[in-house]
Write a protein that binds this ligand. Structure first.
Ligand SMILES: *Cc1c(COP(=O)(O)O)cnc(C)c1O
Length: 376
């Protein structure tokens, strides 16, 4: 079976984790700050805060910007559920705005009509690894005094107009799940240029504990205060040690993903009915996913199961969120609300792409998909 995504772990990664196991700190130790600085440096952000997973990172971002009951946050319906759930965790309302059909990125044209007096933020999802049109999102955010959040879980290492994802929004969120660009098993990070956001998130990931050193000196070293409700969203030193090693290999991983995408592009330019999503000239794509639309009357459901049967682990990213009973029942969304997302959903399929994928595997995917669609 060729999976759609897979981690890439070597001996040096394993050794780095083992070393931490033999050291004094398994959590809240030196590897955490080292990993945070390494990721922040890579994405050109002032601050990085490591947390237990990408979903926790999204929750932290919503807390940092003070999302509370009744606040509205605009996001696309084509994304992973966590992008919307983080708003609901804080009592807020996820307000979907439809996507651009060719890219499946949030459509700036569709945002204005969704803005109300309760709108606080926009979450742009850099779907598949292609950054949103961040200049246009910034213009909308500035005009209406909204905060910009980037769900960069697909886009570590991607660039927009030469600027790295991580430095484009007020807060950017990454995931280190095994299918993402680099992994810590489970893990996440918030990148920001705002020291107040970073401090607030550091308290939030640790039960809301506020260690005020002056106060401790005056009143005893056991003293700390809890001002806000927090969670245990910490990432361990074993995970951070793995992340540090993985990050060193990220440029090579990205290069490999881009070269696989290029091979697919070349091959599918000759195959009728298989259309890769469009890419903007402004971006350097990180290719977390390689998504094609099956057009010309090709049956996606049939093609999906033919590929699975042939041992190719294809996937569909994503079922539009407003189709799920949860969001229907909470917010009254229904089929028909977001036509571009809905039409795309009928046609999309994610093909395997990961750093250790061989040229032979790529050829197998190309040949099998070409055969599947040839007789339809
Ligand atoms: C993976 C992912 C997340 C959540 O990350 P976890 O680490 O799995 O919690 C959020 N948003 C998007 C778009 C993702 O792909």
């Amino acid at each position: 079976m060729i999976p759609y995504g897979k981690q890439c772990i070597d001996e040096a990664d394993i050794q780095a984790v083992v070393e931490v196991l033999r050291s004094d700190f398994l959590t809240t130790g030196p590897k955490v700050a080292e990993f945070e600085q390494a990721v922040a440096g890579f994405v050109r952000a002032e601050y990085g805060v490591a947390v237990s997973n990408g979903t926790a990172a999204l929750h932290c971002a919503m807390h940092a910007i003070d999302i509370r009951a009744g606040d509205e946050v605009i996001l696309p319906p084509i994304t992973f559920a966590a992008t919307a759930n983080c708003v609901i965790y804080q009592g807020g309302i996820p307000v979907f705005a439809d996507v651009v059909p060719e890219t499946l990125l949030i459509d700036p044209e569709k945002i204005d009509e969704k803005i109300t007096a309760n709108t606080k933020a926009i979450i742009g999802v850099d779907y598949a690894g292609q950054p949103c049109d961040w200049d246009r999102l910034k213009a909308i955010a500035d005009k209406h005094n909204l905060i910009l959040i980037a769900d960069g879980c697909h886009a570590l290492g991607a660039e927009y107009n030469g600027r790295k994802v991580g430095s484009l929004a007020d807060l950017t969120v990454f995931s280190f799940h095994p299918v993402k660009h680099i992994t810590t098993g489970e893990g996440g990070m918030i990148a920001t240029g705002n020291p107040m956001f970073a401090d607030k998130i550091k308290r939030f990931r640790n039960h809301g504990i506020d260690i005020d050193f002056k106060h401790r000196e005056a009143h005893g070293s056991w003293i700390y205060q809890i001002g806000d409700l927090g969670y245990n969203y910490r990432l361990t030193d074993m995970q951070c040690a793995l992340g540090i090693r993985q990050l060193e290999k990220l440029p090579a991983f990205l290069e490999k993903r881009r070269s696989i995408a290029q091979r697919y592009d070349r091959a599918f330019s000759q195959v009728k009915g298989v259309s890769p999503l469009q890419r903007s000239k402004k971006v350097s794509h990180a290719y977390h996913l390689y998504v094609v639309r099956l057009t010309a009357g090709i049956d996606r459901r049939q093609t999906f199961s033919d590929l699975q049967t042939a041992g190719i682990g294809v996937n569909v990213h994503y079922i539009p969120l407003h189709y799920h009973p949860l969001y229907k029942s909470l917010f009254g969304y229904d089929k028909g609300d977001f036509p571009c997302a809905e039409k795309a959903y009928e046609q999309i399929i994610s093909l395997p792409i990961y750093p250790e994928m061989s040229d032979e595997d790529v050829n197998t995917v190309v040949d099998t998909l070409s055969e599947c669609v040839a007789f339809k």
